[in-house]
Design a binder for this molecule. Structure first.
Ligand SMILES: CC(C)(COP(=O)(O)OP(=O)(O)OC[C@H]1O[C@@H](n2cnc3c(N)ncnc32)[C@H](O)[C@@H]1OP(=O)(O)O)[C@@H](O)C(=O)NCCC(=O)NCCS
Length: 151
């Protein structure tokens, strides 16, 4: 297995382009939305407790994922995983796990609780493998992970 490099994306626009095209073909709009929000300045993952990480193999970006404060809870101890996407050819090779583990490390100093929303069976299985619990009651949220006081 090639080594997976995780790095902060300070300007994701050039390197993310292949992911945008592929995700659109797959029917996922959220990578495109990430770019739109970055361009407009609405969300650049550049505030405290926020980061956008890219996963690369041999210099080519194969995955992306962001961490921000949860805009729905709007509580400083609640963060949210957003826009996690791994290129189809790279799935089930550990890229998503390495990416999300890095996002969890980045989250620990800032948040007690992480939320996310997904509507695919693959991502549901993925997040539950990583310890996220299904969350049927909270709006805009399908899963959560407690970072302190157990999960
Ligand atoms: C969900 C996603 C990010 C997972 O990324 P990935 O790199 O394939 O995940 P990993 O290879 O690190 O998987 C880690 C573990 O999660 C579980 N898992 C991952 N994908 C799975 C699937 N399709 N079905 C069942 N379990 C799965 C497995 O236990 C896997 O370990 P294993 O391969 O050793 O069995 C990727 O499939 C993806 O980008 N999907 C499209 C976009 C999407 O749905 N994003 C989430 C929106 S919130």
């Amino acid at each position: 297995m090639e080594s997976i490099d995780i790095a902060i994306c300070t300007n994701p626009l050039p390197s993310i382009h292949p992911l945008v095209a592929e995700s659109r073909t797959e029917g996922f709009r959220f990578v495109e939305r990430l770019i739109e929000e970055y361009r407009s300045g609405l969300n650049r993952f550049d505030r405290p407790g926020e980061v956008l990480l890219g996963a690369s193999v041999e210099g080519a970006m194969v995955g992306i994922g962001g961490l921000s404060r949860d805009p729905y809870f709007n509580h400083p101890a609640v963060g949210r995983l957003r826009h996690v996407y791994v290129r189809a050819a790279w799935r089930r090779r550990g890229v998503g796990r390495v990416l999300v583990m890095a996002l969890l490390e980045a989250a620990r100093p800032h948040y007690q609780l992480l939320t996310l929303r997904t509507d695919t069976a693959a991502a549901t299985a993925f997040y539950q493998t990583l310890g996220f619990k299904p969350e049927p009651h909270w709006p805009h949220t399908t899963h959560h992970l407690r970072l302190r006081n157990g999960s």
